[in-house]
Each structure stands twice: as structure tokens, then as C-alpha cells.
Design a protein around this ligand. Sequence first.
Ligand code: HEM
Length: 502
Amino acid sequence: MPEGVGKSWALIVSITALSIAYFAGRIIYRLYFHPLHHIPGPWINAVSRIPYARHLFAGTTVNNVKALHDKYGEVVRLSPNEVSFTSGDTAWQDIYGFRTNKHKGHLNMRKDPAWYAPPPVGVHIIVANDEDHSRYRKVMSHSFSEKALAKQEVLLQAYVDLLVNRLREVTSEDHAPQDMTQWYNWTTFDIMADLLFGEPFGCLQDLATHEYIALLFNALRGFRFSYVLFYWPFARRLRSWIVDQKTMNSRVEFYGWIAKQTQKRVERETQRSDIMTEILKHNGEKGAELSPQELVNNNGVMMTAGSETTATLLSGVTYLLLKNPETMAKLKDEVRGRWKSYGDITIDEVNNAPYLLAVLHEALRYFPPVPTGFERRVGKGGEFVSGYFIPEDTALAVSSYPTGHSERNFRDPDLFVPERWMGDPRYADDKKASIQPFSFGPRNCLGKNLAYAEMRLIVAKIVWTFDLELDPKSDDWMERCKVMTLWEKPELAVHAKEVVRD
Ligand code: HEM
């Protein structure tokens, strides 16, 4: 063999040997010496992120995480640096809670940058640091108080009535099944656009999905790529092959539209009771000021967080009721027996309808609109979570769907049983506090009251007005829902027949 060829071979062999040694060393370290080596989970997840990322892309991540918890227990190592908990009764406080009592002096855990992408320019309330967050929240929280909600009721009722009337019109002429996922999206997006910008998308009027809603859904699908790009920055070069140009541009385009709508709304100067009126009234008070860019960014969050989530829960609860006829019958009895007329169904009234409230609680357990978890990073020095020491900079969350479906937390977790929330002794040992669909602590959902009001009014008025029947083509609707960051929902085909009253 010529001397040059021999040298090249020796070099190749040395590089290969060094690479093998490096990767073998890394595997051994991650399995036996990494500060998370005591957390149970499959060995392959402990050494590589690929198994977890694969499920993220396939839309099967919550089923996978649930299966891992079933096998390994209440805490699981999902990837070399990620941990999931289903011990919600203690983990919510430890990860997300206000830093009081045993957590006094500890910092809030920060949002995990692998999961939370900032808007195209600057930040918004979801990704802001603690200082900016509390400034934003001071301005924005006025819009979501009980008092503000009472003033917004006229607007909410108008849209719920529009939903009912348009559905009545369409189904009286056309007996084809209706896609309820679409109807709920139309309603919640119209409501939120009107509360923010003083004008709806016009979906319920036109019976069509507005182009910017389609754009937003496209942007949400693209969110999984942020995770990949965070851990594998070199994938940026491959991005244009994996993600089409439309998805890449959709967030920027969506925020551009939000900016235009915000500007128009600010110029309108109305005193009508809506979210923006309250924000503009309180913006500029001491310690509570939003710049024009921050206003736009937070409107972008509210437009997304306030519509898609509520519509998801409404689709989920409709499906679950139709799959459980006895539960639907009990709800009909309550709704149709409790009020004398449709007009009696107000926010105050629905807030006191026990079976309706239990049905919605159970749907939030069964089909949480944010199904993965709200990922955080552990701060300096590490923290104890549910009794496990979790080292600094670990990514962690209470996983919503797996927590709600864990036999450690709930009896018959895969049955839809609203009675568990109404003191049924069979479910006395359920760990009800393990369910926090609106999150917990200082960063919990700001729009919870509004979401409850919308969901309660819509379910009550739909059940009052229509008898619903699931079309066979949607019989396995929930199994076909995928988690593409949030739930990606197929058509929910339902026949709606108006109830005839004397
Ligand atoms: C069923 C409906 C809803 C669910 C399940 C839900 C869930 C959540 C969750 C889990 C968070 C925390 C996210 C995190 O920690 O990363 C959140 C935050 C937020 N939600 Fe909702 N949400 C719903 C409806 C709404 C509505 C109607 C609005 C109204 C605009 C809204 C506005 C917000 C805002 C502004 C935040 C950020 C709060 C902060 O960081 O301080 N949400 N939501």
C-alpha cells in the first residue's frame, strides 16, 4: 500500500474511533452520571432527544407521554434534559406557584425558550420576564374582572345568539351534518376580534373562515419547529425544505394584521365596554404602561389564546356529550328544566347550573385545550418538585393530558363522568387539584372568567335549542385529533335539529 493511502486510512480510523468513544462516553454520562440519572424513563429517551421529537412531529406526543407515565410513574425523563410530572397535587405549586411558604426566596421558574417563541418583534405577556409581565398584567387585568365581564355580556350574548340563529337557518334548509369545530371557531374568533378591535372577522355572518384565522392555524402548526430549531440550530438550513414558505411567513403576516387592526381600534376612540377600552383607559397609570409595540404583541396573544382554546373545549365537550347519551340527557334535563325561556340564559344563571359546570370541568380534564404542559426551566441551584430533586436548567412541566388520564389521580380516568365533580362518593379519592387547565400561580390564564362565560353560555344555549346527533363519520373524532402544539381537530360532523316547543 502506498504510504499516503496508509496515512489517510489511519486518520479515518482514528477519527471514527474518537467519534465512537465520544458518543459512547456521552451515552454513559447521560445514563449514569447526568444529574437527572435518578429520574425514571426509557434509556433511549435519556440519551437522545429523537424519540420525543419524533412524537412531537407525528402529533402523538400526549399519548406517548401518558404511556411513559403509566409505565414509569408520576415522574418521567422525556429527553436528556426534560422531565414530565403527573403528580399535579404537589407539582403545580412547586413549579408554577407563587413563591410563598417553603418557596419563599426562590425565583419563579422561567418559561422554557424551547417551547415559547417570542413574537416577530419584542415580547408579549406569555414570554415576558417577571418585571415586564407584571407591568403588562397590571394594565390588562382590568379587562377580565367580574365587573368588566358583566359589561361585556351584551356583546357575548349577541354572538352566541348569532351562532344559534345561523345554525338554525342552515339546518332548517340543509340536513347535512354541520362541522361543529368550524362553527365554534367562527364564534370564538368573532367574539375575540370584536372585544379587541371593535369589529368581528365576520365568520358567522359569512359562514366562512377568515383568511387570517387560517393563517394563524398555519402559524400554530409551525410552532413545533421552534423546539427543533432550539436544540438543533443547524436544522435552520433544512427548514426551507421541511416547512413551506407560507408557514414560515405566517406569524409575521399575522402580527402585521394585528398591528393594523390595533391601530384602527386606537383611532376609533370608543367608550364601548370591551377589552381594549379597559386597556386604553388604564394604560399609562403608574407602573402600568404598554408601548405601542407591546400593545400589538399582547393583542396577538389574546387573539390566539382567547379563541382557539375555547373553541377546542367546545368541540371536545360536544363530542363527549354525544358519545355519552346518559350524560347528555341529564344536561338536557337541567338546561331545559331550569329556565323558562331562552332569554333567561344569562351569565349569572349559567354560573349556577351545577350539572353544566360539572360537564365543563370534566371536559377540561378529559380534553384539555393546552394538552402538553406549560414548560418551565428550573432556576439556579435546582428545586425539589413533588419530592424529587431537579437540577438547574432542566426543562419540566406538569403534563396536562397525561395528568388528567392517570389512574394515580382519577378513578376511571378514561370515562367521562361529570358526577366526579359533584361529590359522587365513588370518586371521593380523585385528586381534583391535579387538574389546572388554566395553569396556576402568577402566570395563570388571564381570560379564565371570559372563557368560562363563553363556554357556559354556548353549551347552555345550544343544548336548549337543538337536539344533536353525531354523524357516524365522526364516531372516532377524538382519536383522530392530533397534538401539533395545540390540538389539530378534524371535522366534527353533527346533525342539529331544532327542538319543537309548544
Ligand atoms: C378554555 C379556554 C382557555 C384555556 C384552557 C386557557 C389556558 C391558558 C393557559 C394554560 C395559560 C398559561 C400558559 C403558560 O403558562 O404558558 C393561559 C394564559 C393566558 N391566557 Fe388563556 N386559556 C383560555 C382562554 C383564554 C381567553 C378567553 C383569553 C382572553 C383573552 C385568554 C388569555 C390568556 C392570556 C392573556 C394569558 C397569559 C397570562 C399571563 O402570562 O399572565 N385565555 N391560558
